[in-house]
Design a protein around this ligand. Structure first.
Ligand code: FMN
Length: 363
């Protein structure tokens, strides 16, 4: 059997196989951003994965890049997530929640009239920030980002507390762990880049100060969860949401060393540019591997055969699949059998009902 399908027990992370489901925003929360019952079936259907990482989940109502993405800040949300984790566990799955703060990627149209929060209020590129809103007819459409405002120290401190609270809530909801979303141009990524972080206080100006927000977030999360239940997702080269770090090598060697010091269970390497056909995985691995000794999850445009080779050769420990899990609820079983695979239809990726969500067939 291919190593991809074998269990892993490393850095406190114990999984039945090395096939992970990548975090996938699906925008199907109900009122007050509470997940709806259809998400119980959606996640349980995908329990053949060794690890399911949930869709990015807002840690505060002050974060929103995709309307109707779920949250993890209210009691009603915790209750709804508890049902999801119970069903997923009953089906044999392991579920980590991706903790999300979108920062400057937002619009006052989806933030109750408030401006998005960001490290430095850099607003020269609003056209390149990806924000989705719900139209009156129930469809989703990309909407224009509105100018963000520079966070005060008090807002930064509140946000750090929000990460602790969200972690506590996720564990109370029965999740097996949390993934800190530091990728794809959202708030943590914005603090790491000197283009989007031009602060001159304790949170910006030098590389160690740009890392300070992430460091404080990790500390906050670890105040509520053991390190074996905490991972982090990064995308050093991602063009998505235009974070424009001029020297990702320098920034992310420092990030990898920081994560190593804290001993987090895994680093999830999102090769986000690979979706657009320009893979950076080699470069990302060259940055991270020499500096971090825990579990590495690779993701981004990786086909099953390639995943088998990457794990076999020790390049990464685990491979996460995104779009393939939209279309193949039982992907790990299909990989074990060498296919066949359903093709993803471009319907219901963001928003909608069961169509394109829970209606793909298992073998
Ligand atoms: C519909 C959709 C939603 C996504 N939502 C998220 C998300 O919530 N968090 C995240 O970090 N990445 C998100 N991504 C990126 C995926 O996790 C993954 O990196 C991407 O699909 C590339 O992997 P793949 O080639 O296996 O699909 C999303 C991608 C898609 C297609």
């Amino acid at each position: 059997m291919s190593k991809l399908l074998t269990p892993i027990d490393k850095n406190g992370l114990k999984l039945k196989n090395r096939v992970a489901m990548a975090p996938l925003t699906r925008c199907r929360a109900g009122e007050d951003d509470v997940p709806q019952p259809m998400s119980e079936l959606y996640y349980a259907q995908r329990a053949s994965a060794g690890l399911i990482i949930t869709e990015a989940t807002n840690i505060t109502p002050k974060s929103c890049a995709f309307e109707k993405a779920p949250g993890i800040y209210s009691a009603a949300q915790v209750q709804a997530w508890k049902k999801i984790s119970d069903k997923t566990h009953a089906a044999g799955g392991t579920l980590f929640m991706q903790l999300w703060h979108c920062g400057r990627v937002g619009s006052d149209a989806v933030l109750n009239g408030n401006a998005p929060l960001s490290p430095s209020g850099i607003n020269d590129d609003l056209h390149s920030l990806i924000v989705y809103g719900l139209m009156a007819n129930g469809r989703y459409a990309q909407i224009t980002a509105t100018p963000s405002k520079e966070m005060t120290i008090q807002e930064i401190e509140e946000t750090i507390s929000d990460y602790a609270h969200a972690t506590e809530n996720a564990l109370a909801a029965g999740l097996d762990g949390v993934e800190i979303h530091a990728a794809n141009g959202y708030l943590i990524h914005q603090f790491l880049s000197p283009t989007t972080n031009q602060r001159t206080d304790d949170f910006g100006g030098t590389l160690p100060k740009r890392l300070e927000f992430l460091k404080r977030v990790i500390e906050a999360v670890l105040s509520k969860a053991p390190k074996s239940k905490v991972g982090i997702r990064i995308s050093p080269f991602a063009a998505y949401n235009n974070t424009r770090d001029p020297n990702p090598e320098e920034t992310y060697v420092a990030v990898a060393k920081l994560v190593e010091e804290f001993g987090l269970a895994y680093m999830h390497l999102a090769d986000t540019n690979a979706w657009a056909g320009a893979p950076d995985m080699e470069k990302i691995l060259n940055i991270v591997k020499p500096n971090y000794s825990g579990c590495l999850i690779g993701n981004g445009g990786i086909e099953p055969d390639q995943a088998i080779n990457m794990v076999e050769s020790g390049q990464v420990d685990i491979v996460a699949f995104g779009r393939a899990f939209i279309a193949n609820p039982d992907l790990a079983i299909r990989i074990a059998q060498g296919g066949p695979y359903n093709e993803a239809r471009y319907v219901g990726w963001y928003g909608g009902d069961e169509e394109g969500y829970t209606d793909y067939p298992s073998l």
